[in-house]
Ligand binder design. Structure first.
Ligand code: SF4
Length: 211
């Protein structure tokens, strides 16, 4: 079971395959893993003991950044994410990035989640903006909440990113270039207005490049 894996010299963390979305560009549609790593489909969601054990055994030589990403949305296990981040901080000097869809507070379990819990643990958060407006956001990310909740998903994602600016050193947006150039420019203008840098990711199908 692959909980930690190396990608581009960073240590990636795969604590869940759960996700409340079904993005049209999701890597998981194209294979079982990235580069030459073992399958990222988990036999079960790893316990804290299994995560600590896998971290202790992982070759961390030269690794300076840990990234919560994997084959799922890490925030679906926000409590375990925090425990894991605490363990990494206690046992290494790595900075920690969270790659997320930003929909944490739409998940019933975490509707009252206090983002302050991330303070001092998450150094950088990369939020998937994915689209310039709520209508396109639903088309691209296909959230699996109720229709009523889905309507709020775009705004909630934006609010999450804005709120995280008060909590961690660096917040950025990403967009995958499956939307039109005009829409990417709209995303850029929105990012500038919110003073959150935008990174445009190239859509890939061979899982050789990664977020
Ligand atoms: S949020 Fe991430 S894991 Fe979930 S469907 Fe979209 S790309 Fe895939």
């Amino acid at each position: 079971m692959t909980v930690f894996y190396n990608f581009g010299g960073n240590m990636y963390i795969n604590i869940t395959n759960g996700c409340p979305c079904d993005c049209v560009f999701c890597l998981r549609k194209n294979g079982d893993s990235v580069k030459d790593n073992d399958s990222l489909w988990l036999e079960h969601e790893p316990s804290f003991e299994e995560i600590c054990d896998a971290f202790d055994r992982f070759d961390k030589t030269g690794v300076t950044e840990a990234v919560f990403c994997g084959y799922g949305e890490p925030a679906t296990r926000a409590d375990m994410l925090i425990k894991t981040a605490e363990y990494i901080k206690k046992n290494s000097d790595m900075s920690i990035r969270l790659n997320t869809n930003g929909l944490l507070r739409l998940m019933p379990k975490y509707k009252d989640f206090d983002l302050e819990k991330f303070r001092g643990l998450i150094d950088c958060v990369s939020v998937s903006l994915n689209a310039p407006n709520a209508v396109r956001y639903i088309e691209v990310t296909r959230p699996k909440f109720s229709e009523e909740v889905n309507k709020n998903a775009f705004n909630e994602m934006i609010n999450f990113a804005v709120d995280m600016k008060k909590i961690c050193k660096k917040v950025m947006f990403t967009v995958v270039d499956i939307i039109s150039q005009e829409e990417i420019e709209e995303c850029r203008r929105l990012s500038e207005k919110l003073e959150i840098p935008l990174r445009v990711r190239h859509y890939i199908t061979d899982n050789e490049s990664y977020t």
